[in-house]
Structures are given as C-alpha cells and as structure tokens.
Design a protein around this ligand. Structure first.
Ligand code: PAF
Length: 290
C-alpha cells in the first residue's frame, strides 16, 4: 500500500495508474475504520479497481465541536486494517492540504429538502461540510467508482446530488454498499466504540425497532407505528432525534402508505452523548444508487 499525504502526489500517482488502464475506486472515510469500511474496500477490489482510501476527519461537517474533538483517531490500526484488506493507496492529508485557502466555505450546495429534513434538520450545516470535503476529494482523486455505505443513507443521497451539481455525473458512478451489522444487529459505526458497556447493549434496540417497523408495516395511516417506535426507543433510554418512515427516494416522511411507495425507516438517537443513526429499507429500493 502506498501512503500519500500531498494532494499533488496523489494526483500524479493516480494519473500514472489510470494511464495503465486501472479504473479508480475511491473510499472516503474519517478513519476509526471497522469492518463496514473494509467491506467497501473489498467491494472495490472485487470490481478490479485501484482502491484509493482517504482518512480525513473533516472539521467542517461537525455541527457539534465536542463531537469533533471526541471523534476517535486510530491511524495505526486503520493502516493495519487497510494493509490486511489489500488496499492500494491511502491518502492521509493534513487540514491545509484539503483546505489550502482555509475552511471557510466558498460555495453553497443546493441540496433542497435533503438539507432541512432528518439529519439536515438536526445537524444544521453538516451536509454543506460533507459536500465541501467530498467535492475537494473528488477533484483530487477523480475516481470512476465512489463507494459509500448505506448506513449513511441520507449522505448517499446528498453525495449523489453533489455529483450532479458539480458536473461529475457522467464520470463518477456511486456504488452504495449494504450496512454491515454486529451479530446482535447493531450497525457498525466508528461511534460504537464510544458507548459504555451498558449503552452498547441498549444500542441493539435501534435495529430491533427498525425491524419492528418493517414487520408491522401495513398500508394506511402510519402514525401509530411511528409512535410505537419512538416510544420503544425512549423506554430503552434513548433521547430520540427522529424516527421516520420516509419515501426511499426523497426521504420525505410518509404518514399514509398506499402499499406501493418505496419506503425506508430511519432513526437518529442519543445514548448519553453518543449519537447513533441507522436505517432499514422497508421495500426493495436503494434510493442513492446511481
Ligand atoms: O461518512 C463519512 O465518513 C464522511 O462523512 C465522509 C464521506 C468521509 C466525508 O467526510
């Protein structure tokens, strides 16, 4: 594996590989890697890509400064995992390599309703920060395939929109890969390692609640089902930001289901100060696949 810290060095290396006919598969991350990230590397390798993984904890997407400060940094074990997975290139930039002119945004991305609902509502500015860093990374890497995890369902949709907004739609294909779960159903996440033993146990309620919604979904008014899900999480000790049964392609909440509309259930909730998100497609659509 080649480790590069400078954007120019990465660009030059990728150009040389592209000339050799290698398609470029890009996996952007903020480190604290787990098997979910590694599954993205594996998906890229299985499609014969030169795998480029970036690790950069992007300050501009944290609406809560203490969340940024507490974000786990585990570079040595990340590198070991990437080596074991056979990753080809690791991009490990410093802040000024990503933001040479400073972190102040130079562009507002028109994300429409995606910016005001669910994560957009509870994490104001978050998706602008995600767009800012992913745009910069795409400019540097210029991948053919971009690998994203379905766990960040709304982020996949935002990045899909970013690709349209920035004119990359003809050149970059997004590959959304399934959420990886622990044996007890908890979605793998870098934040899980911040949970206490007790909260780690309680956290499994999220997947049980999503499964409950899936099992009890029937055409008609969804209010009672939604309320039961919120109540189950609250009773387990969560501080719930939202539970939403949403249109799988727009994320607009659905309150009355016609039995046809493609749906996804999404949850964001705190245990102590750790915010967890998860989702479960209730029908068979994965909205962000392009
Ligand atoms: O999902 C993440 O880890 C981050 O939001 C991303 C896409 C790497 C941008 O910083």
């Amino acid at each position: 594996m080649i480790l590069l810290k400078k954007a120019n060095d990465l660009r030059n290396y990728i150009d040389s590989q592209r000339k050799n006919g290698k398609p470029i598969g890009f996996i952007p991350t903020m480190g604290a890697l787990h098997q979910g990230h590694i599954s993205l590397i594996e998906a890229a390798k299985s499609r014969n890509q030169l795998t480029v993984c970036s690790i950069f904890v992007n300050p501009t997407q944290f609406n809560d400064p203490s969340d940024f400060e507490k974000y786990p940094v585990t570079t040595d074990t990340d590198i070991a995992q990437l080596l074991a997975a056979g990753n080809d290139v690791l991009f490990l930039p410093e802040l000024d390599e990503i933001y040479p002119a400073g972190i102040k945004p130079i562009r507002i991305y028109e994300l429409g309703e995606l910016e005001t609902i669910l994560e957009g509502k509870y994490r104001p500015g978050h998706f602008q920060g995600v767009c800012q860093v992913v745009h910069r990374l795409l400019d540097i890497v210029q991948p053919d395939l971009l690998f994203l995890g379905q766990k960040d369902y709304q982020q996949c949709m935002v990045i899909s929109r970013l690709i349209e907004l920035t004119g990359y739609a003809d050149r970059i294909t997004i590959q959304v890969c399934p959420t990886l779960r622990e044996k007890d159903g908890l979605a793998m996440s870098s934040r899980n390692r911040r949970l206490s033993v007790k909260d780690r146990h309680t956290a499994t309620t999220i997947f049980r609640t999503l499964s409950f919604i899936q099992q009890h979904l029937r055409p008609g008014d969804l209010t009672a089902l939604h309320n039961k899900a919120v109540a189950a999480l609250s009773a387990a000790g969560f501080r719930v930001d939202y539970v939403s049964i949403s249109d799988a392609r727009t994320l607009h909440p659905c309150t009355d289901w016609d039995g046809q509309q493609q749906l996804v259930a999404l949850v964001a909730a705190f245990l102590d100060e750790v915010r967890l998100i998860d989702n479960l497609p209730l029908t068979n659509a994965i909205a962000a696949s392009r």
